[in-house]
Design a protein around this ligand. Structure first.
Ligand code: G3I
Ligand code: 9MR
Ligand code: ZN
Length: 544
């Protein structure tokens, strides 16, 4: 079928603007809301590529800069509408942030702010320490991870990190308001983003044991059926501690200290103490303590094969928070372990540069962000900067290999491919801070275009944002309540792995970009999680 794929949300006036056609047209027009043509141009033929399965033609309308709502017409085919203007992403940003509020567990919700999406308090009982004869522990609060009700320490730490690095790199994020209850602090009232992040930080503090180590997760033994969170009354278990979770928490608490110390010294000091406690535990346990699900348990595992990048992130983050040389030296010592761990071509093909990976598993890139913030001209700073710029250049070059200008290769279409994309856009965003360049800005724009509708599925992967936004996330609360999904949720997106039953029925020859179904059953294609929303907040913050 002939189609015009376009970002269905919008464009900043000075950004590059393009639509992609999967058919040959002599000419295309941009028409305004009254149907009047404002621009005419010719398409250029790009051809086929290995990711989209389309013979693509590109329609460039960068010259349209006046504020307004438009569509593209070519022959008798019309695109979805989109907006051009300085505030093109304002609603999107608010929606994406508000989703964290809707994912709150425990007593987190208030009808006044949640409206029809309110759910009763949930997961309130104390959690049993799995396999130990210990008193049950109160770990109430935080955010549900995703479509499931699990709460996982590494996943939570990484989502918080994306948001707080967002604040550190782009302080204007502190001005974004998204209609959540106000929270007071020493200096008055917390900015919304810090009030929301505090919910998860408070929970993560509860996940830390007296000895400084951190439980890997708290979940029921098996995933709940598709019921409301408050109806999920199965026993909660705290599964084993891991050095992965402990290091990630050491890192993210140190980062949080650098943000909260400006508004609430006492809270910030508490975070730093907790970080140091976790770090001390890591020093006393130099062997990795990895994580495997208990036999028969099917909730999220978040497995990692080693903890080098986690320890690197913890050291780099504590260095940036305290300025103490000891942590710098620790990060430096950790670096060769990361470098030497897995250098197979397949791994490189899939990850790019390991030092620019931004979670949930490989987190060295988060350490690199701390080193860049420290900006001390040290060997590690120079290394960090070069890693970001080098990876950004690789991504720019990836973008020349398909008609969509998308910085992804076929290997990147795994479970949560939209996060692979958003992590790449974070790298490009940081590169654009370090050395502003149109090539980075244009690749970021093309990535956002893809996410928001300029893709061969012709779908916006953010609920409620775009005329053809996906509608059926794998998400328990809205399904159980028979409601439309909350606006602002990022779908996991196309995944050639096709790992759930419904997805497995798609042909194995489906092009990567089309390995997607907007169906609630498809957890390997269409779930949502906190750490798929969080990198989008960072990227949008870079455009504020
Ligand atoms: O690391 C390999 C790479 O070497 C290989 O080339 C590539 C292609 O096969 O796969 C990579 O591994 C992938 C891994 O994620 C790392 O990204 C696996 O294929 C993929 O199956 C795995 O998916 C994870 C999924 O859980 C299953 O474990 C997702 O990233 C992760 O986001 C998802 O997390 C779930 C939680 O468990 C439970 N809560 C919901 C959440 C989102 O679906
Ligand atoms: O709903 C679960 C989703 O959050 C997870 O990402 C996914 C993989 O762990 O598992 C989903 O739960 C499914 C379970 O694993 C198997 N039975 C069907 C469940 C979904 O309805
Ligand atoms: Zn809950």
């Amino acid at each position: 079928m002939n189609k015009i794929f376009v970002n269905q949300v919008g464009f900043m006036p000075d950004s590059k603007k393009k639509a992609v056609l999967n058919f040959k047209a002599e000419e295309f027009q941009v028409i305004d809301a009254n149907g009047n043509p404002v621009f005419k141009g010719e398409v250029s033929h790009f051809g086929t590529d290995e990711i989209s399965g389309e013979d693509t033609y590109v329609a460039d309308f960068t010259q349209v800069t006046n504020q307004g709502t438009y569509k593209i017409l070519a022959g008798d085919v019309s695109s979805a509408s989109f907006f051009v203007g300085d505030n093109a992403f304002d609603k999107l940003m608010k929606d994406v942030c508000k989703c964290f509020y809707y994912l709150r567990c425990g007593h987190g919700m208030d009808k006044k702010y949640a409206g029809k999406y309110f759910h009763e308090p949930c997961h309130l009982t104390k959690a049993t320490v799995y396999g130990e004869d210990a008193f049950p522990v109160d770990v109430c609060g935080g955010w549900h991870d995703a479509g499931d009700f699990g709460r996982y320490s590494t996943a939570g730490a990484v989502a918080v990190a994306h948001l707080l690095y967002g604040v550190r790199f782009f302080p204007m994020l502190l001005d974004v308001e998204f209609d959540i209850p106000k929270v007071s602090c020493e200096k008055g009232v917390l900015p919304d983003i810090l009030a929301e992040v505090k919910v998860e930080l408070d929970f993560l503090m509860k996940m830390q044991r007296e000895d400084g180590s951190v439980w890997h997760k708290v979940t029921t033994f098996s995933h709940a059926p598709f019921i409301m969170p408050e109806e999920d009354e199965e026993e909660l278990f705290l599964f084993n501690v891991s050095s992965l979770a402990t290091a990630d928490i050491a890192a993210v608490f140190a980062l949080a200290y650098t943000v909260y110390r400006i508004v609430d010294k006492e809270y910030a000091d508490k975070l730093l103490n907790r970080s140091l406690k976790a770090y001390k535990w890591l020093e006393d346990h130099s062997e990795a303590v990895l994580f495997k699900n208990a036999d028969g348990s099917n909730t999220g595992e978040y497995p990692e094969n080693e903890d080098y990048s986690n320890r690197f992130w913890a050291a780099a983050s504590l260095y940036e928070a305290t300025g103490e040389k000891k942590y710098y030296e620790d990060a430096l010592k950790q670096k060769p372990f990361i470098e030497n761990y897995d250098k197979s071509d397949a791994f490189k093909e899939y990850t790019g540069d390991i030092f620019t990976c931004l979670g949930w598993a490989d987190v060295a890139g988060l350490g690199v962000l701390s080193l860049i913030l420290q900006d001390d001209e040290s060997e590690l700073y120079t290394f960090a900067k070069a890693a970001i710029l080098h990876e950004a250049d690789r991504l720019v070059s990836n973008g020349t290999a398909n008609g969509f200008g998308l910085c992804m290769k076929k290997e990147n279409f795994i479970w949560g491919s939209n996060m692979e994309l958003l992590k790449y856009l974070m790298v490009l965003t940081v590169a654009n801070v370090l050395e502003p360049n149109d090539k980075y800005a244009n690749t970021i724009t093309a990535g956002l275009d893809y996410l928001l509708g300029c893709n061969s599925m012709d779908v916006s992967y953010v609920t409620g944002n775009g005329e053809k936004a996906f509608k059926n996330p794998h998400l328990r609360p809205t399904f159980a309540a028979k409601l439309d999904a909350w606006p602002g949720l990022v779908s996991g997106g196309p995944n050639t792995g096709l790992q759930d039953e419904r997805a497995s029925k798609l042909s194995k020859n489906t092009p990567p970009m089309k390995c997607y179904i907007d169906h609630v059953d498809c957890y390997s294609l269409n779930e949502i999680t906190i750490y798929w929303n969080s990198p989008l907040v960072f990227v949008l913050a870079g455009l504020l």
